[in-house]
Design a protein around this ligand. Structure first.
Ligand code: NAP
Length: 323
């Protein structure tokens, strides 16, 4: 009797090249929808699987591990953030978990800088005024924004993406760098960075960019009290996870003009309902979580994701383990 191929539930179509490599080695069921599988579809889809290729919109918790069964060996997340996965439960069951670090650092850092510039220079509201036929003339005092050169940048979480954003803005715009992180950092090209407390960072920075992972410790980290510490001229950017900011507090803070503006690639939930106050505020720019959305990056993520799965199925160390 030939050995059965391992079974994999893939929760969405990902770039095809590497998926085809996986399909040669495993019996893959690929969720065909553009939207994530419902909870019931996820639980049914993973039943009897040896591996799961998941996205951040899939909550991989004890119920999913239970539904999959004891033969489940590996969960490979098509993301660097793994806040959608119960890592403790995976460890308890001996299931390996992989993610896709590094390859998305530059693309995500680019989006953070784009948001920072867009929020500082009011690109969305001013561009909308052109589209709506409201542009009458060059205005000496119209659409004034803030400069970046020589200003203070505060990076919350100076990890891979935080450091890549800092390099761009320190090297390109000559910004002074403050950071808050759990540990001291010595990073080439960022030797002048000063580690401060989060409260100091918020009070002193002209631009604040969030780059922590979402954990129980960082959920709601930027709350009403901390937003009130920010300068009334400051810009807040979030490309980490929506849950790092208390969004109700952000709505109130932006309505009160402190901070002056925000640029968000991530929200909680995703998507935000179109009538959510954050969507309608003129000083808030929201993107549909496109940090890693370049052709090359998504392809590189697919490569790691498939490598992780194949290693996990073979009982070997994952290329990028996160458990
Ligand atoms: P990383 O290298 O692990 O960086 C995370 C940083 O957060 C680390 O420097 C860590 O500090 C810091 N941190 C963790 N908990 C903290 C806390 N309580 N207070 C202060 N700092 C804390 O990860 P990465 O590759 O840069 O990715 C960061 C996050 O970006 C991911 O987890 C993901 O959620 C998000 N992301 C979003 C997109 C997007 O499309 N928008 C794309 C990729 C990633 P230590 O080093 O001191 O531990």
């Amino acid at each position: 009797m030939p050995e059965r191929l391992p079974r994999i539930f893939v929760t969405r179509q990902i770039p095809p090249t590497h998926l085809q490599r996986l399909q040669r080695e495993a019996d893959c069921v690929i969720w065909p929808g553009q939207l994530p599988p419902s909870r019931a579809d996820l639980l049914a889809g993973v039943a009897g699987c040896d591996g799961i290729l998941s996205l951040i919109s899939d909550r991989i918790d004890a119920a999913v591990f239970e539904a999959a069964g004891p033969q489940l060996k590996v969960v490979s997340n098509y993301a660097v953030g793994v806040n959608n996965i119960d890592l403790a439960e995976a460890a308890r069951r001996g299931v390996a978990v992989g993610n896709t670090p590094d390859v998305l650092t530059d693309a995500t850092a680019d989006i953070a800088v784009a948001l920072l510039l867009a929020a500082a220079r009011r690109l969305q509201a001013s561009g909308d005024s052109v589209r709506q036929g409201e542009w009458k003339t060059w205005e000496p005092t119209g659409w004034l924004g803030c400069d970046l050169v020589g200003r203070t940048l505060g990076i919350v979480g100076l990890g891979r993406i935080g450091a890549a954003v800092a390099r761009r803005l320190v090297g390109g715009w000559g910004m002074r760098l403050l950071y808050s992180s759990r540990s001291d950092k010595r990073i080439e090209g960022l030797e002048t960075a000063r580690r401060v407390t989060l409260d100091e960072l918020l009070a002193e920075s002209d631009f604040v960019s969030l780059h922590t992972d979402l954990t129980e410790e960082t959920r709601g980290l930027i709350d009403a009290r901390r937003l009130a510490l920010m300068k009334p001229t400051a810009v807040l950017v979030n490309t980490s996870r929506g849950g790092v900011i208390d969004q109700s507090a952000l709505v109130e803070a932006l309505r009160g003009g402190r901070p002056l503006a925000a640029g968000l690639d991530v929200t909680d939930p995703e998507p935000l309902p179109p009538d959510h106050p954050l969507v309608t505020l003129p000083n808030c720019i929201i993107l549909p979580h496109i940090g890693s959305a370049t052709v090359a990056t998504r392809d590189a993520m697919a490569e790691i994701c498939v490598d992780n799965l194949l290693a996990g199925l073979a009982g070997q160390p994952l290329r990028c383990p996160c458990s």
